[in-house]
Design a protein around this ligand. Structure first.
Ligand code: URP
Ligand code: ZN
Ligand code: ZN
Length: 460
């Protein structure tokens, strides 16, 4: 059915104006004032509301075997949550472990998503070892529509690659025009610090930070930047949390290294004191890199404003507090790492970023949608509002007032780190390729309609 969104204020990364948006056959076909609805069209009145391009979360985990357990969401629960929160496209990390076959892993992750997602999706292909056969399979995976790899410079023995493998992965990526996303922390330093802390009887969640201080992350970034410089590959630092790490990325960029930076909504709004909460409550806030000193937050907000930081993601990683985080009750190194936030990213970024005067509306759209689309070969199909783009639209009500709570969330996890936080504005209507998936803030979409988005790398 054709769809007409009338009288909304369209906001993209660079423009802001009042107009109607007409969508037919999954795409935007007209943008104008005073468009008449043809018979049979659905009309949505967006007067007094913003119309944003569908938001993109470029870093989520849905299927994730990790630290002796599995992340809790499925594509059904995660895509519902994403859409209610205004995210119409997500890119999941396909995190195969060192012993796994790359192609088999890719197919396994695909199998979890195809026919089960209500929003569109793609993957960053994890590279956890590099040999002749893996190289052959990675070429095949790129041919099938994946234009980004993921490497971990942490998690020794599980996902992490050694330096020779890192070098070869980056060389292959350069040849294929694939961007390499990277978790940057020095795994040897982490292992040594963890052992020292445990030996000193420091076993609680608060010690997680001490085992991964800012220099551990900055060293990881420095390391990746050296390898990126040596190979000329394009890189993307995931979940950057602190000034020390950002300084390393900026220094590398200034000498010509190709690097983009992602931060997370968690680092912008939460700090390390949350992970120090008593009675093991801090475990809810354990993720890697850890939540930092509050002094890093203005650095990250300013980075977004000044274009030094490109994207805001979630690294959504849902582990239950009661049954999973508790695995690390007597040893912080066993707390499954990760903080879920897929459903709340856009609302928290709007309320605590735009409404708090830290970023403007264009920066908001840019870092939560447009830049991810541009970086990961989805633009202009995704990430903006223009004729020919997919009709992924968020009609956002800036007058809505509410509170975040685990009791009302769609994500399948038993807590919310933003519990009780006020929200000023939320997506009222969300469309995926012209079909309404959220109405009055409630999911009304179609499970299984979400498409795998083939992304073409530069040299393929
Ligand atoms: O703590 C985190 N970030 N958990 C998810 C896995 C990862 O490192 O991205
Ligand atoms: Zn990571
Ligand atoms: Zn992650």
């Amino acid at each position: 059915m054709p769809l007409l969104i009338k009288n909304g204020e369209i906001v993209t990364a660079s423009e802001r104006y009042i107009a109607d948006v007409f969508c037919e056959g999954e795409t935007i076909t007209r943008i104008d004032r005073g468009i008449e609805a043809p018979p049979g069209a659905e009309v949505i009145d967006a007067k007094g509301k913003f119309v944003f391009p569908g938001f993109i979360d470029p870093h989520v985990h849905i299927y994730l075997p990790f630290m002796g357990t599995f992340a809790k969401d499925t594509y059904e629960t995660a895509s519902r949550a994403a859409l209610v929160g205004g995210t119409t496209t997500l890119i999941e990390m396909c995190c195969s472990s060192r012993k796994d076959d790359a192609l088999e892993s890719f197919e396994l992750w695909m199998g979890k998503a195809v026919g089960k997602s209500a929003c569109d999706f793609s993957f960053h292909m994890g590279v956890s070892r590099f040999d002749k056969e893996t190289e052959r399979q990675l070429r095949e995976i790129v041919r099938r529509g994946i234009s980004s790899f993921k490497v971990f410079l942490a998690y020794k023995g599980a996902f992490g690659v050694n330096d020779a493998e890192l070098y070869r992965t980056l060389k292959l990526a350069k040849e294929l025009g694939v961007i390499v996303t990277a978790h940057c922390e020095n795994e040897t330093l982490i292992a040594e610090l963890q052992a020292e802390l445990l030996a000193a009887g420091k076993t609680g969640p608060g010690s997680h930070y001490e085992s991964r201080p800012p220099r551990v992350e900055a060293e990881g970034v420095h390391h990746l930047m050296s390898f990126a410089e040596a190979t000329g590959a394009e890189t993307y630092i995931v979940h950057l949390s602190c000034k020390e790490a950002l300084d390393e990325a900026i220094a590398a960029r200034q000498r010509g290294v190709r690097v983009s930076v992602e931060t997370l909504i968690q680092y912008l709004t939460l700090d390390k004191t949350y992970a120090e909460r008593p009675k093991f409550e801090g475990a809810k806030y354990v993720m890697s890199p850890p939540l930092r000193n509050k002094s890093n937050q203005p650095v990250l907000w300013n980075g977004l404003r000044d274009g030094l930081v490109q994207t805001v993601a979630t690294d959504h990683c849902p582990f239950d507090f009661k049954t999973q985080k508790v695995m690390g009750k007597n040893d912080f190194t066993k707390i499954p790492n990760g903080i879920p936030s897929l459903e709340d990213r856009v609302n928290v970024l709007y309320t605590y970023g735009v409404n708090a005067g830290k970023i403007d509306l264009h920066t908001f759209v840019n870092c939560a949608s447009t830049q991810a689309a541009k970086t990961f070969n989805l633009f202009p199909r995704k990430g903006t509002i223009q004729i020919g783009a997919d009709a992924d639209l968020v009609v956002f009500d800036p007058k809505y007032r509410g509170k975040i709570s685990a009791k009302t969330q769609e994500v399948n996890v038993d807590y919310n780190v933003f519990e009780g936080w006020k929200i000023e504005g939320r997506p009222a209507v969300v469309t995926v390729r012209g079909e309404v998936a959220v109405r009055d803030g409630k999911f009304v979409g179609t499970i299984g309609r979400g498409k795998f988005l083939k992304r073409q790398s530069a040299n393929y």
